[in-house]
Design a protein. Structure first.
Length: 256
């Protein structure tokens, strides 16, 4: 059974983040790529689309976007070393079928391949675009993170068939219990708090600001990628980013 297509939200009045002309171009690129990734009859294995994503690694890198990474060394919605040479930022929605596919099929493999050896850090950004249940799930995920169980909640919410059960209040509490959240009453209070709403809104505004129009959307060391691309695509981009980071570090060392 094919993975459900995601759709773009209605046009937003939000203005792009003011990082300069380069980021305006990057936002346009990501917006177009987001459309391509979710357009009718588009396949994630389409060779022309993959070629666009995996072109010259230096050509699609935007330093201003790279600065969005490592927002907090102790970020509860991140995994991997804060000083990892490569940072993947993911903008996603818990009601997004492609996001779930990425979490189950690709992200778990990236964690095993790159996070464990210190190469990669993954930072989550809540980007709810599919209505009230999306926003409730985003706040709940943030609340689980306040007790150090974000990634466990993430796994439970993206498990096969979980999305179809909905994200009502009772269901979110059940997911928190499944994720091992210790204090469920605190979880409920945190999920309903103004702090949760503010944190989700901040992530969402950042996503719209860089031009994301669908989920999942990614930045890898400042390089935009749209859609749940194959493991091969992510491997190529991460390897190129790691090599670029190593070369930059070596060059700085040589200058001293």
């Amino acid at each position: 059974m094919p993975t459900p297509k995601t759709s773009s939200p209605k046009p937003s009045v939000r203005k792009p983040l003011l990082y300069g002309t380069g980021v305006v171009l990057a936002a346009a690129l990501l917006g177009y790529a987001s459309y391509r990734a979710t357009a009718p009859d588009h396949s994630a294995s389409d060779s022309s689309y993959v070629a666009e994503v995996t072109a010259d690694p230096d050509a699609g890198v935007y330093p201003e976007l790279a600065k969005l990474a490592r927002r907090d060394p102790g970020d509860k919605l991140a995994q991997g070393r804060a000083d990892a040479p490569v940072v993947l930022i993911e903008y996603a929605d818990f009601r997004c079928g492609y996001c779930g596919k990425f979490a189950r099929d690709t992200e778990s493999a990236l964690v095993k391949k790159y996070v464990g050896n210190g190469t990669l850090r993954i930072e989550w950004r809540n980007f709810p675009i599919f209505g009230a249940e999306s926003e409730a799930a985003a706040r709940a995920a943030w609340a689980a993170g306040q007790q150090g169980r974000f990634w466990q909640f993430h796994a439970a919410a993206y498990a096969e068939g979980a999305k179809e059960k909905g994200f009502g209040k009772a269901r979110l509490r059940a997911l928190a219990r499944q994720a091992g959240v210790a204090d469920l009453d605190r979880f409920t209070r945190d999920a309903d708090s103004a702090a949760a709403s503010a944190a989700v809104s901040k992530d969402q505004e950042q996503g719209y600001g860089i031009g994301a129009t669908s989920t999942p959307s990614f930045l890898i060391n400042g390089r935009p990628i749209a859609g749940a691309q194959s493991m091969e695509v992510f491997t190529q981009v991460i390897d190129a980013a790691a090599e670029r980071a190593a070369n930059t570090k070596d060059a700085k060392g040589a200058d001293k």
